[in-house]
Design a protein around this ligand. Structure first.
Ligand SMILES: Cc1cc2nc3c(=O)[nH]c(=O)nc-3n(C[C@H](O)[C@H](O)[C@H](O)COP(=O)(O)O)c2cc1C
Length: 606
């Protein structure tokens, strides 16, 4: 176990920390710098020594650390070993059989003893996180360098808060990572979405008409925050996972004004209570889908105390378009949760969530099939279990497929097998952040069964991009560009940049005659997409599609990935995607805080 301060020293020694002495503003500057930095392949952790709020005239007396999970190397260090090794340990435990004979019993002992470390230890004394105590009359959230990360955000947000809650009967504890909007000096918005554990606890307090105690911790061992986002089943305290990974129990102390227990070595602690009858508008907020989540009512926490270390570090993150630090956190989660997924899908060999599919929007699964419909069975299993049920698009391949992270090879493998007859379009729950479904929380799902043999007949007559563009423009002048990918595969991907003056479904009707040249068509808005940028095309398409509305199967597969509006019968407000303020970026560059070129900005739609 190491404190945040010890981690920073270690990262500095290893050359993995970039210390920024230049004063940087909590309004956009710190977040923009971190956003650009983490998109580099050699990105480092950033420590802003002198955060300021120029608008409010504040110079904070604590540094801000951003991108704690800045790359694979650091993430592995935080876990203490490769996440695959942790997965293997979990897998071994899950398949543990009663020992046969004395020798086997002996060899089991170390494992059983180490399991005692899983359970957190409750300490009687105060923790180092309680060296400074401010009770309710002295509480002032303005003393913390809380960031406003995007220009259209509804205000400043705590973006890396460990939110500790407990069930009404006190039997279950939970740690969840939920963003918290700062409303004023003493109130925070609690963005626990409806599917999440703290929201279930909240319902219990609401029904009982009781106030809900909550404690938010910031900083400490970075593994705490990773545990907070880990999708453990309801009722399982995430700090058990902490103990398992660290092989050391989490050491907890009681909050000062409520009876929620928190790790003793975190940097900052915000204690309070939530009145279940009070809901306040939260957001908008530039989210990890790369789009803003819009205003919605959420519960409010009234802060009753703030405690901290003498030398606290404020940990924060920025979410937005990929890749960001949640890429590295998500990598750990993906690897470590494989053996748990295999309990519901035993023939699953591997799975992968590409970063530009922003986790729940796209999943690839490799499996051994034993019977007809096996892949479809897995799709339903995924869509029916825990947070996997948020997954919108799931593609399954057989055991002979290339590695799921070899994007070039796996895409070709899929394109040689995809066919309208292998698509499953259905409906299920979607993440609260999903903007493409016609209604919130429920939407379309697309499963693609690419297990088995290649299709027999691929595209009949491929033609070049220019010829295809000309053919389309004679049908519809709103076609502004055509770019085909994987033309050597049985199903090339034809991407069309479309100026949307009418519903894309009408365009689909009109181009059915081009079936000899196209097997898979993807339409995106001409104005906001670069059809030469496949990384961001995947991001856009996986985000913008609702399979029930936007996938057509005949006479070839067509996907409408444009922004939706009244033309499509879409009645919700379609959110904008997040964009950095160019003036802020230029100023950061001039002051030597970050460096970037236009190619980087274009590559990731910064
Ligand atoms: C950077 C980041 C920010 C997140 N913000 C939120 C959030 O504001 N609200 C939410 O419900 N989940 C958020 N999540 C996802 C949850 O942390 C995740 O679903 C977690 O498993 C929830 O824990 P629970 O199952 O104990 O509720 C975020 C995840 C990350 C990585």
């Amino acid at each position: 176990m190491a404190t945040m301060q010890e981690w920073l020293k270690r990262l500095e020694r290893e050359g993995n920390l970039h210390v920024i002495e230049e004063p940087c503003d909590v309004n956009l500057e710190i977040a923009h710098a971190a956003y650009v930095e983490v998109k580099r392949s050699d990105s480092k952790v950033l420590l802003f020594k002198r955060p300021v709020n120029r608008e409010k005239g504040i110079e904070y007396d604590m540094p801000v650390v951003m991108n704690m999970f800045a790359n694979y190397e650091i993430t592995e260090e935080i876990f203490g070993r490769h996440p695959d090794a942790i997965a293997a340990e979990i897998g071994e435990l899950m398949h543990m059989k009663p020992p046969q004979g004395f020798k086997e019993k002996l060899s089991l002992l170390p494992r059983l003893f180490s399991l005692k470390n899983v359970f957190p230890k409750r300490l009687k004394q105060r923790g180092s996180c309680q060296q400074i105590v401010k009770t309710v009359s002295d509480v002032d959230l303005d003393e913390l360098p809380i960031l406003k990360t995007w220009s259209e955000d509804g205000g400043p947000f705590i973006t890396m808060g460990q939110v500790y809650t407990k069930s009404l009967d006190g039997k279950m504890q939970n740690l969840g990572m939920y963003r918290l909007q700062q409303y004023d000096k003493k109130r925070l918005g609690m963005h626990w979405q409806i599917h999440k554990d703290a929201s279930h606890f909240f319902d219990q307090y609401k029904e009982a008409g009781k106030k809900m105690p909550v404690t938010v911790a910031i900083g400490g061992d970075p593994l705490y925050i990773w545990c907070g986002q880990a999708p453990l089943p309801y009722g399982m305290f995430e700090l058990l996972l902490y103990g398992f990974v660290r092989n050391e129990p989490a050491r907890l102390v009681k909050s000062i004004t409520n009876d929620i227990w928190i790790p003793e070595d975190v940097d900052i602690v915000i204690e309070g209570e939530v009145d279940p009858d009070e809901m306040v508008i939260e957001g908008p907020f530039g989210d990890h889908t790369g789009y803003y989540t819009l205003k919605e009512p959420y519960p409010v926490m009234h802060v009753t105390a703030i405690t901290m270390k003498k030398d606290p570090v404020y940990q924060a993150t920025v979410v937005g378009k990929p890749p960001l630090e949640d890429k590295y956190m998500g990598w750990g989660t993906e690897r470590i949760f494989l053996p748990l997924l295999q309990t519901t899908a035993p023939d699953l060999i591997d799975y992968h969530m590409p970063e530009n599919g922003v986790f729940h929007n796209l999943i690839l699964g490799k499996m051994e099939t034993h019977y007809k419909g096996h892949a479809k069975q897995f799709m339903h299993a995924f869509w029916g279990v825990g947070q996997m049920s948020f997954v919108k698009h799931a593609i399954f391949v057989g055991k002979e497929a290339p590695a799921l992270i070899d994007y070039e090879a796996i895409t070709e493998h899929i394109l040689n097998r995809v066919d309208a007859s292998r698509l499953l379009v259905t409906e299920g729950i979607v993440d609260a952040l999903d903007h493409s479904s016609p209604e919130a929380l429920v939407g379309g799902k697309l499963g693609v069964d690419c297990t088995g043999e290649e299709i027999e007949n691929g595209v009949t007559a491929t033609i070049g991009d220019e010829a295809l563009l000309a053919a389309m423009q004679t049908i519809d002048v709103n076609v502004k560009g055509v770019r085909q990918y994987f033309t050597h595969a049985k199903t090339p991907v034809c991407v069309v940049a479309y100026h949307k003056e009418r519903c894309v479904q009408a365009f689909f009707d009109d181009i059915e005659g081009l079936h000899e040249h196209i097997r898979l068509l993807v339409v995106v808005d001409a104005e906001s997409n670069d059809i030469e940028n496949p990384y961001m095309l995947v991001w856009r398409v996986a985000n913008n599609i609702d399979a029930q509305r936007d996938v057509r199967k005949t006479p070839f597969i067509m996907l409408d990935a444009t922004n939706k509006n009244a033309l499509d019968g879409y009645e919700r407000e379609w959110p904008g995607d997040v964009k950095c303020d160019r003036k802020v970026l230029d100023s950061l560059k001039e002051r030597g805080v970050i460096d970037f070129d236009d190619a980087l900005l274009q590559r990731f739609y910064i």
